[in-house]
Design a binder for this molecule. Structure first.
Ligand SMILES: Cc1cc2nc3c(=O)[nH]c(=O)nc-3n(C[C@H](O)[C@H](O)[C@H](O)COP(=O)(O)OP(=O)(O)OC[C@H]3O[C@@H](n4cnc5c(N)ncnc54)[C@H](O)[C@@H]3O)c2cc1C
Ligand code: FES
Length: 345
Protein backbone atom coordinates (compact mmCIF):
# COMPACT_ATOMS: atom_id res chain seq x y z
CA UNK A 1 0.00 0.00 0.00
CA UNK A 2 1.28 3.52 -0.87
CA UNK A 3 1.47 6.44 1.49
CA UNK A 4 -1.37 8.59 2.81
CA UNK A 5 -1.49 12.36 2.31
CA UNK A 6 -3.71 15.17 3.57
CA UNK A 7 -6.05 16.93 1.17
CA UNK A 8 -7.46 20.22 2.43
CA UNK A 9 -10.59 21.56 0.72
CA UNK A 10 -11.20 25.30 0.53
CA UNK A 11 -13.25 27.40 1.08
CA UNK A 12 -14.88 24.88 3.42
CA UNK A 13 -11.71 24.18 5.43
CA UNK A 14 -12.21 20.41 5.57
CA UNK A 15 -9.25 18.01 5.60
CA UNK A 16 -9.27 14.33 4.70
CA UNK A 17 -6.62 11.66 4.40
CA UNK A 18 -6.16 10.11 0.96
CA UNK A 19 -4.17 6.99 0.14
CA UNK A 20 -2.08 7.16 -3.01
CA UNK A 21 -4.08 4.31 -4.60
CA UNK A 22 -7.39 6.08 -4.05
CA UNK A 23 -8.80 8.95 -6.02
CA UNK A 24 -9.53 12.05 -3.96
CA UNK A 25 -13.26 11.68 -4.69
CA UNK A 26 -13.31 8.07 -3.53
CA UNK A 27 -11.49 8.89 -0.29
CA UNK A 28 -13.91 11.75 0.34
CA UNK A 29 -16.94 9.47 -0.22
CA UNK A 30 -15.51 6.82 2.09
CA UNK A 31 -15.09 9.49 4.78
CA UNK A 32 -18.72 10.62 4.45
CA UNK A 33 -17.98 13.80 2.48
CA UNK A 34 -20.51 14.51 -0.29
CA UNK A 35 -18.61 16.32 -3.02
CA UNK A 36 -20.19 17.25 -6.34
CA UNK A 37 -19.62 14.55 -8.93
CA UNK A 38 -21.30 12.70 -11.77
CA UNK A 39 -19.69 9.98 -13.86
CA UNK A 40 -16.65 9.28 -11.64
CA UNK A 41 -14.84 8.42 -14.88
CA UNK A 42 -13.35 11.74 -15.94
CA UNK A 43 -16.02 12.45 -18.53
CA UNK A 44 -18.59 14.88 -17.15
CA UNK A 45 -16.51 17.59 -15.38
CA UNK A 46 -18.94 17.76 -12.45
CA UNK A 47 -16.03 17.22 -10.00
CA UNK A 48 -13.72 19.80 -11.58
CA UNK A 49 -11.78 21.70 -8.92
CA UNK A 50 -8.73 23.96 -8.67
CA UNK A 51 -5.41 23.04 -7.09
CA UNK A 52 -4.36 25.90 -4.81
CA UNK A 53 -1.27 24.25 -3.39
CA UNK A 54 0.68 21.12 -4.36
CA UNK A 55 2.13 19.77 -7.61
CA UNK A 56 2.44 16.05 -7.18
CA UNK A 57 -0.98 15.01 -8.49
CA UNK A 58 -1.52 12.39 -11.18
CA UNK A 59 -4.73 11.75 -13.07
CA UNK A 60 -6.12 8.44 -14.30
CA UNK A 61 -7.41 8.42 -17.88
CA UNK A 62 -9.97 11.19 -18.51
CA UNK A 63 -11.67 12.95 -21.38
CA UNK A 64 -10.14 16.19 -22.64
CA UNK A 65 -13.71 17.47 -23.01
CA UNK A 66 -14.02 17.30 -19.21
CA UNK A 67 -10.56 18.80 -18.63
CA UNK A 68 -8.89 20.43 -21.64
CA UNK A 69 -5.06 20.59 -21.54
CA UNK A 70 -5.01 24.35 -21.05
CA UNK A 71 -7.21 24.04 -17.95
CA UNK A 72 -4.98 21.33 -16.50
CA UNK A 73 -1.98 23.59 -17.06
CA UNK A 74 -3.80 26.43 -15.29
CA UNK A 75 -4.28 24.19 -12.23
CA UNK A 76 -7.70 22.58 -12.68
CA UNK A 77 -8.12 18.93 -11.80
CA UNK A 78 -10.78 16.21 -11.72
CA UNK A 79 -11.28 14.84 -8.23
CA UNK A 80 -12.64 11.53 -9.55
CA UNK A 81 -9.35 10.89 -11.40
CA UNK A 82 -6.82 12.58 -9.10
CA UNK A 83 -4.25 10.68 -7.02
CA UNK A 84 -2.11 12.80 -4.72
CA UNK A 85 1.50 12.07 -3.82
CA UNK A 86 1.98 14.93 -1.34
CA UNK A 87 -0.26 17.07 0.90
CA UNK A 88 -2.35 19.39 -1.29
CA UNK A 89 -4.97 22.14 -0.96
CA UNK A 90 -7.87 22.10 -3.40
CA UNK A 91 -10.51 24.73 -4.01
CA UNK A 92 -13.99 23.27 -4.57
CA UNK A 93 -15.62 25.18 -7.41
CA UNK A 94 -19.01 23.66 -7.04
CA UNK A 95 -20.22 22.47 -3.66
CA UNK A 96 -23.35 22.42 -1.61
CA UNK A 97 -22.79 23.43 1.99
CA UNK A 98 -26.05 21.78 3.08
CA UNK A 99 -24.96 18.45 1.65
CA UNK A 100 -21.23 18.32 2.18
CA UNK A 101 -21.29 16.73 5.64
CA UNK A 102 -24.33 14.53 5.08
CA UNK A 103 -22.69 11.64 3.25
CA UNK A 104 -23.68 8.11 4.18
CA UNK A 105 -20.97 5.50 4.63
CA UNK A 106 -20.23 3.49 1.50
CA UNK A 107 -21.24 -0.15 1.81
CA UNK A 108 -20.48 -3.19 -0.27
CA UNK A 109 -23.43 -5.54 -0.52
CA UNK A 110 -24.18 -8.85 -2.14
CA UNK A 111 -27.65 -8.78 -3.64
CA UNK A 112 -29.71 -11.16 -5.73
CA UNK A 113 -32.17 -10.60 -8.52
CA UNK A 114 -35.81 -10.79 -7.41
CA UNK A 115 -37.31 -9.73 -10.72
CA UNK A 116 -36.17 -8.41 -14.08
CA UNK A 117 -38.96 -7.22 -16.36
CA UNK A 118 -39.20 -5.08 -19.45
CA UNK A 119 -41.29 -1.96 -18.79
CA UNK A 120 -40.75 -0.57 -22.33
CA UNK A 121 -39.09 -2.22 -25.35
CA UNK A 122 -35.65 -1.32 -23.95
CA UNK A 123 -36.05 -0.36 -20.29
CA UNK A 124 -35.82 -3.06 -17.64
CA UNK A 125 -37.18 -2.76 -14.14
CA UNK A 126 -34.63 -4.69 -12.07
CA UNK A 127 -35.33 -5.47 -8.43
CA UNK A 128 -32.53 -6.74 -6.21
CA UNK A 129 -32.82 -8.09 -2.69
CA UNK A 130 -30.13 -7.72 -0.03
CA UNK A 131 -28.35 -10.94 0.89
CA UNK A 132 -25.40 -9.63 2.92
CA UNK A 133 -25.62 -7.25 4.76
CA UNK A 134 -29.36 -7.05 5.23
CA UNK A 135 -29.49 -3.26 5.49
CA UNK A 136 -28.44 -0.64 2.97
CA UNK A 137 -28.91 3.07 3.66
CA UNK A 138 -29.19 5.62 0.86
CA UNK A 139 -30.86 8.93 0.14
CA UNK A 140 -33.60 8.83 -2.51
CA UNK A 141 -32.06 9.87 -5.84
CA UNK A 142 -28.64 8.33 -5.17
CA UNK A 143 -26.95 5.63 -7.21
CA UNK A 144 -24.79 2.56 -6.71
CA UNK A 145 -22.06 0.83 -8.64
CA UNK A 146 -22.87 -2.71 -9.76
CA UNK A 147 -20.22 -5.18 -10.80
CA UNK A 148 -20.86 -6.94 -14.09
CA UNK A 149 -21.22 -10.55 -12.83
CA UNK A 150 -18.05 -12.59 -13.41
CA UNK A 151 -15.84 -9.51 -14.02
CA UNK A 152 -14.38 -6.61 -12.08
CA UNK A 153 -16.05 -4.07 -14.38
CA UNK A 154 -18.55 -1.75 -12.70
CA UNK A 155 -21.43 0.39 -13.93
CA UNK A 156 -23.45 3.04 -12.10
CA UNK A 157 -27.23 2.71 -11.70
CA UNK A 158 -29.65 5.03 -9.92
CA UNK A 159 -31.96 3.60 -7.30
CA UNK A 160 -35.64 4.00 -8.15
CA UNK A 161 -37.23 3.17 -4.78
CA UNK A 162 -36.87 5.48 -1.83
CA UNK A 163 -35.81 3.16 0.99
CA UNK A 164 -34.67 -0.42 1.53
CA UNK A 165 -35.59 -0.33 5.23
CA UNK A 166 -38.70 -2.48 5.17
CA UNK A 167 -38.37 -4.33 1.86
CA UNK A 168 -34.61 -5.04 1.89
CA UNK A 169 -34.81 -4.35 -1.84
CA UNK A 170 -33.32 -1.91 -4.32
CA UNK A 171 -35.16 -1.16 -7.55
CA UNK A 172 -33.57 0.08 -10.78
CA UNK A 173 -34.63 1.16 -14.27
CA UNK A 174 -31.95 0.16 -16.76
CA UNK A 175 -31.74 0.75 -20.47
CA UNK A 176 -30.56 -2.29 -22.42
CA UNK A 177 -27.86 -1.73 -25.05
CA UNK A 178 -27.27 -4.70 -27.37
CA UNK A 179 -23.47 -4.64 -26.71
CA UNK A 180 -23.61 -3.21 -23.19
CA UNK A 181 -21.27 -5.08 -20.85
CA UNK A 182 -23.85 -4.92 -18.05
CA UNK A 183 -27.13 -4.10 -19.70
CA UNK A 184 -27.14 -6.79 -22.38
CA UNK A 185 -27.05 -9.39 -19.58
CA UNK A 186 -30.51 -8.21 -18.53
CA UNK A 187 -32.05 -9.88 -21.53
CA UNK A 188 -29.99 -13.05 -21.16
CA UNK A 189 -28.59 -14.27 -17.86
CA UNK A 190 -29.97 -12.09 -15.07
CA UNK A 191 -32.91 -14.14 -13.91
CA UNK A 192 -34.13 -14.44 -10.29
CA UNK A 193 -31.38 -15.60 -7.93
CA UNK A 194 -28.47 -14.11 -9.92
CA UNK A 195 -25.99 -12.58 -7.48
CA UNK A 196 -24.84 -8.98 -8.01
CA UNK A 197 -22.21 -7.00 -6.07
CA UNK A 198 -23.33 -3.48 -5.24
CA UNK A 199 -21.25 -0.61 -3.79
CA UNK A 200 -22.69 2.72 -2.70
CA UNK A 201 -24.50 4.96 -2.19
CA UNK A 202 -23.12 7.86 -4.26
CA UNK A 203 -24.53 11.04 -5.74
CA UNK A 204 -26.14 14.35 -4.88
CA UNK A 205 -29.41 14.13 -6.88
CA UNK A 206 -31.21 14.31 -3.56
CA UNK A 207 -33.98 16.30 -1.93
CA UNK A 208 -32.83 19.52 -0.25
CA UNK A 209 -34.86 19.54 2.95
CA UNK A 210 -36.51 22.55 4.52
CA UNK A 211 -37.45 24.24 1.23
CA UNK A 212 -40.93 24.91 -0.08
CA UNK A 213 -40.07 26.30 -3.51
CA UNK A 214 -41.54 24.85 -6.69
CA UNK A 215 -39.82 21.76 -8.05
CA UNK A 216 -39.22 20.96 -11.70
CA UNK A 217 -37.97 17.54 -12.75
CA UNK A 218 -36.78 16.92 -16.31
CA UNK A 219 -35.97 13.36 -17.30
CA UNK A 220 -35.48 11.12 -20.28
CA UNK A 221 -35.10 7.36 -20.75
CA UNK A 222 -33.66 5.59 -17.71
CA UNK A 223 -33.46 9.03 -16.06
CA UNK A 224 -36.88 7.96 -14.79
CA UNK A 225 -35.16 6.01 -11.96
CA UNK A 226 -33.84 8.70 -9.59
CA UNK A 227 -36.81 10.97 -10.32
CA UNK A 228 -39.20 8.18 -9.27
CA UNK A 229 -37.14 7.71 -6.13
CA UNK A 230 -37.40 11.39 -5.12
CA UNK A 231 -41.09 11.59 -6.13
CA UNK A 232 -41.85 8.52 -4.04
CA UNK A 233 -40.06 10.17 -1.11
CA UNK A 234 -42.08 13.37 -1.58
CA UNK A 235 -45.27 11.28 -1.71
CA UNK A 236 -44.35 9.52 1.52
CA UNK A 237 -43.90 12.93 3.14
CA UNK A 238 -47.21 14.13 1.67
CA UNK A 239 -45.47 17.21 0.28
CA UNK A 240 -47.70 20.05 -0.88
CA UNK A 241 -45.01 21.71 -3.01
CA UNK A 242 -45.78 22.48 -6.64
CA UNK A 243 -43.97 19.69 -8.47
CA UNK A 244 -43.83 19.18 -12.25
CA UNK A 245 -42.20 16.21 -13.92
CA UNK A 246 -41.38 16.63 -17.63
CA UNK A 247 -40.45 13.26 -19.12
CA UNK A 248 -39.22 12.81 -22.66
CA UNK A 249 -39.64 9.58 -24.59
CA UNK A 250 -39.56 8.82 -28.29
CA UNK A 251 -42.79 6.95 -28.86
CA UNK A 252 -45.91 6.05 -26.92
CA UNK A 253 -44.58 2.60 -26.03
CA UNK A 254 -41.45 4.16 -24.47
CA UNK A 255 -43.47 5.58 -21.57
CA UNK A 256 -43.42 3.62 -18.31
CA UNK A 257 -44.69 3.78 -14.70
CA UNK A 258 -47.65 5.74 -16.06
CA UNK A 259 -50.22 4.38 -13.64
CA UNK A 260 -48.06 5.16 -10.64
CA UNK A 261 -47.24 8.63 -11.95
CA UNK A 262 -50.90 9.30 -12.61
CA UNK A 263 -51.83 8.28 -9.07
CA UNK A 264 -49.07 10.28 -7.39
CA UNK A 265 -51.41 13.27 -7.54
CA UNK A 266 -53.50 11.65 -4.79
CA UNK A 267 -50.60 12.06 -2.34
CA UNK A 268 -49.03 15.12 -3.92
CA UNK A 269 -51.72 17.78 -4.45
CA UNK A 270 -49.28 20.05 -6.35
CA UNK A 271 -47.99 17.32 -8.70
CA UNK A 272 -48.26 17.40 -12.48
CA UNK A 273 -46.80 14.80 -14.84
CA UNK A 274 -46.06 16.05 -18.37
CA UNK A 275 -44.85 13.27 -20.68
CA UNK A 276 -43.82 14.25 -24.20
CA UNK A 277 -43.12 12.19 -27.32
CA UNK A 278 -40.33 13.32 -29.63
CA UNK A 279 -41.18 10.84 -32.41
CA UNK A 280 -44.93 10.14 -32.07
CA UNK A 281 -46.12 7.26 -34.23
CA UNK A 282 -49.62 6.03 -35.07
CA UNK A 283 -50.44 5.09 -31.46
CA UNK A 284 -53.21 7.32 -30.03
CA UNK A 285 -51.69 10.29 -28.17
CA UNK A 286 -53.13 13.58 -27.12
CA UNK A 287 -50.28 14.73 -24.92
CA UNK A 288 -47.26 16.92 -25.61
CA UNK A 289 -44.94 16.33 -28.55
CA UNK A 290 -41.45 17.56 -29.40
CA UNK A 291 -38.16 17.80 -27.57
CA UNK A 292 -38.58 17.84 -23.82
CA UNK A 293 -36.69 21.15 -23.62
CA UNK A 294 -39.24 22.79 -25.96
CA UNK A 295 -42.05 21.39 -23.83
CA UNK A 296 -40.49 22.86 -20.68
CA UNK A 297 -40.23 26.22 -22.48
CA UNK A 298 -43.94 26.06 -23.41
CA UNK A 299 -45.01 25.43 -19.81
CA UNK A 300 -42.57 27.41 -17.69
CA UNK A 301 -41.61 31.05 -17.66
CA UNK A 302 -40.07 32.03 -14.31
CA UNK A 303 -37.95 29.46 -12.55
CA UNK A 304 -35.94 31.91 -10.43
CA UNK A 305 -36.97 30.32 -7.15
CA UNK A 306 -37.42 26.71 -8.33
CA UNK A 307 -35.40 23.63 -7.39
CA UNK A 308 -34.67 21.80 -10.66
CA UNK A 309 -33.64 18.18 -11.10
CA UNK A 310 -32.38 16.87 -14.43
CA UNK A 311 -31.48 13.32 -15.26
CA UNK A 312 -30.87 11.18 -18.34
CA UNK A 313 -28.52 10.90 -21.31
CA UNK A 314 -25.79 13.61 -21.34
CA UNK A 315 -27.05 15.55 -24.41
CA UNK A 316 -30.53 15.79 -22.89
CA UNK A 317 -29.14 16.90 -19.53
CA UNK A 318 -26.96 19.57 -21.15
CA UNK A 319 -29.84 20.91 -23.27
CA UNK A 320 -32.21 20.89 -20.29
CA UNK A 321 -29.77 22.75 -18.07
CA UNK A 322 -29.35 25.43 -20.70
CA UNK A 323 -33.13 25.78 -21.00
CA UNK A 324 -33.65 25.95 -17.23
CA UNK A 325 -30.96 28.61 -16.86
CA UNK A 326 -32.57 30.65 -19.65
CA UNK A 327 -35.87 30.38 -17.78
CA UNK A 328 -34.28 31.92 -14.70
CA UNK A 329 -33.25 28.86 -12.66
CA UNK A 330 -30.02 29.33 -10.73
CA UNK A 331 -26.99 27.07 -11.14
CA UNK A 332 -26.99 26.43 -7.42
CA UNK A 333 -30.50 24.98 -7.53
CA UNK A 334 -30.12 22.72 -10.54
CA UNK A 335 -29.23 19.21 -9.46
CA UNK A 336 -28.39 16.70 -12.16
CA UNK A 337 -27.06 13.25 -12.98
CA UNK A 338 -25.69 12.72 -16.46
CA UNK A 339 -25.91 9.06 -17.37
CA UNK A 340 -22.50 9.03 -19.05
CA UNK A 341 -21.58 5.65 -20.46
CA UNK A 342 -18.10 4.17 -20.24
CA UNK A 343 -16.15 4.85 -23.43
CA UNK A 344 -18.12 7.99 -24.30
CA UNK A 345 -15.88 10.99 -24.68
C1 LIG B 1 -24.34 8.58 -12.05
C2 LIG B 1 -24.85 7.63 -13.10
C3 LIG B 1 -26.06 7.00 -12.93
C4 LIG B 1 -26.55 6.14 -13.92
N1 LIG B 1 -27.78 5.56 -13.74
C5 LIG B 1 -28.28 4.79 -14.73
C6 LIG B 1 -29.59 4.21 -14.60
O1 LIG B 1 -30.28 4.38 -13.59
N2 LIG B 1 -30.06 3.46 -15.62
C7 LIG B 1 -29.32 3.25 -16.77
O2 LIG B 1 -29.80 2.56 -17.67
N3 LIG B 1 -28.07 3.76 -16.89
C8 LIG B 1 -27.53 4.51 -15.91
N4 LIG B 1 -26.27 5.02 -16.06
C9 LIG B 1 -25.46 4.59 -17.22
C10 LIG B 1 -24.83 3.22 -16.86
O3 LIG B 1 -23.90 3.38 -15.79
C11 LIG B 1 -24.07 2.53 -18.01
O4 LIG B 1 -23.08 3.40 -18.48
C12 LIG B 1 -24.98 2.12 -19.14
O5 LIG B 1 -25.99 1.27 -18.64
C13 LIG B 1 -24.21 1.36 -20.21
O6 LIG B 1 -23.51 0.31 -19.60
P1 LIG B 1 -23.33 -1.08 -20.31
O7 LIG B 1 -22.31 -1.86 -19.54
O8 LIG B 1 -24.62 -1.73 -20.51
O9 LIG B 1 -22.77 -0.68 -21.74
P2 LIG B 1 -21.23 -0.39 -22.11
O10 LIG B 1 -20.48 -1.67 -22.10
O11 LIG B 1 -20.72 0.71 -21.27
O12 LIG B 1 -21.40 0.10 -23.59
C14 LIG B 1 -21.27 -0.81 -24.63
C15 LIG B 1 -21.81 -0.27 -25.94
O13 LIG B 1 -23.19 0.05 -25.80
C16 LIG B 1 -23.49 1.08 -26.70
N5 LIG B 1 -23.90 2.27 -25.97
C17 LIG B 1 -23.58 2.59 -24.72
N6 LIG B 1 -24.12 3.76 -24.39
C18 LIG B 1 -24.81 4.19 -25.45
C19 LIG B 1 -25.61 5.31 -25.71
N7 LIG B 1 -25.81 6.26 -24.77
N8 LIG B 1 -26.20 5.43 -26.90
C20 LIG B 1 -26.02 4.47 -27.85
N9 LIG B 1 -25.27 3.38 -27.67
C21 LIG B 1 -24.68 3.23 -26.50
C22 LIG B 1 -22.24 1.41 -27.41
O14 LIG B 1 -22.17 0.64 -28.57
C23 LIG B 1 -21.18 0.99 -26.43
O15 LIG B 1 -19.97 0.79 -27.06
C24 LIG B 1 -25.77 5.88 -15.09
C25 LIG B 1 -24.53 6.50 -15.23
C26 LIG B 1 -24.07 7.37 -14.27
C27 LIG B 1 -22.73 8.04 -14.46
S1 FES C 1 -15.50 13.99 -14.42
FE1 FES C 1 -15.32 13.57 -12.32
S2 FES C 1 -17.32 12.95 -11.79
FE2 FES C 1 -17.46 13.16 -13.95
Amino acid sequence: MGETHVVRFEPVGIEIEVQEEQTVLRAASEQGLMLMHGCKEGQCAACKSFVLDGDDIELDKYSSFALPDFEREEGYTLLCRAHVYEDVTIELLNYDEEMIHSGLPIQTATMEVVSNELVTPDLHSLVLSLVEPTEFAFFPGQYVEMTVPGTDVTRSFSIANCSAKTSGQLEFVIRAYPDGAFSHLLGHSMGPGTKVEVVGPFGVFTLREGRDSDMVFVGGGAGMAPVLSVLRQLAEKGSDRKITFYYGARRRHDLCFEQELASLGEKLPGFRYVPALSEPDDAPWNGETGLITDVVRRHESELDAADCYVCGPPPMVEAAMETLLQLGATDKHIYYDKFTTTGMS
